[in-house]
Write a protein that binds this ligand. Structure first.
Ligand code: DC
Length: 231
């Protein structure tokens, strides 16, 4: 069957990653989590003391971009790719609050976006990828055969993130997470470079009240339709 490019964009904690990973596994595509790449750069900046409070030293970070190597390797146990920063598995670490609180500032930097977008385009060059993020359907792959824009209310998304963090044994409060979700929405949608916007030709999925099974079926239907239209 002909391989296509699937771009899944949407708000943070909208369940994009879970659905994109499951879809990729189901149809035998490569899954690429672009948010993990922005998180990995943020972790690098934290580890190299490039933050002064919320402010990142952009000049230093720009100079060090070529020292940052991000890759994905399949975790045999979970069947999903883990994120590696300079050869170290950081899949868990990049989900922690200190990274979540700072990542929007890093993701708003033009030079960071240019470097990561180029890497993402290279990773998806041969199609057969499900890539999730904020600007995949608009900037990274504007010609993607299937674009999905995922949304859910901030409250539903905050609760999901709390459950996710709790399941990993990471303590946090709902209020703190809700404030973080809203703040990130604001930064993500209003930044100058690669803001979160719905591509004109994207299909919208509001999954506030959908089960995982319903989402999966919805996605498979759209995938099959896109393949048959582009076959
Ligand atoms: O999807 P996520 O929550 O892991 O994303 C982390 C941050 O990275 C979030 O603040 C938005 C940003 N991001 C981005 O600017 N562009 C992308 N393609 C993916 C994520």
């Amino acid at each position: 069957m002909k391989k296509i490019t699937i771009a899944i964009d949407g708000y943070s904690s909208s369940g994009k990653s879970t659905m994109a990973k499951d879809l990729a596994r189901e149809i035998g595509y490569i899954y690429i989590d672009t948010g993990a790449m922005y998180r990995a750069v943020t972790l690098y900046a934290i580890q190299h003391q490039l933050f002064k409070g919320e402010e990142v030293d952009a000049d230093q970070l720009e100079q060090q971009m070529s020292d940052i190597s991000i890759s994905f390797r399949l975790n045999e146990e979970s069947g999903r790719p883990d994120t590696y920063l300079n050869g170290v598995n950081v899949e868990q670490r990049i989900r922690e609050m200190d990274v979540a609180e700072r990542v929007s500032f890093v993701a708003a930097l033009g030079f960071v976006r240019r470097v990561l977008v180029a890497q993402q385009q290279e990773m998806g060059r041969h199609k057969g990828v499900v890539m999730d993020g904020r600007d995949v359907g608009t900037v990274v792959f504007p010609d993607a055969e299937l674009k999905i824009f995922v949304t859910a209310s901030p409250e539903v998304r905050a609760q999901r993130r709390v459950d996710e963090l709790n399941a990993k044994g990471l303590k946090t409060s709902y209020e703190e997470v809700l404030a973080n979700v809203k703040k990130r929405d604001h930064i993500d949608t209003t930044r100058k470079e690669g803001p979160l916007v719905q591509a004109e030709d994207a299909v919208v999925l509001d999954n506030s009240f959908m089960t995982l099974e319903e989402q999966k079926n919805w996605l498979l239907t759209h995938y099959k339709k896109a393949v048959s239209l582009n076959g």
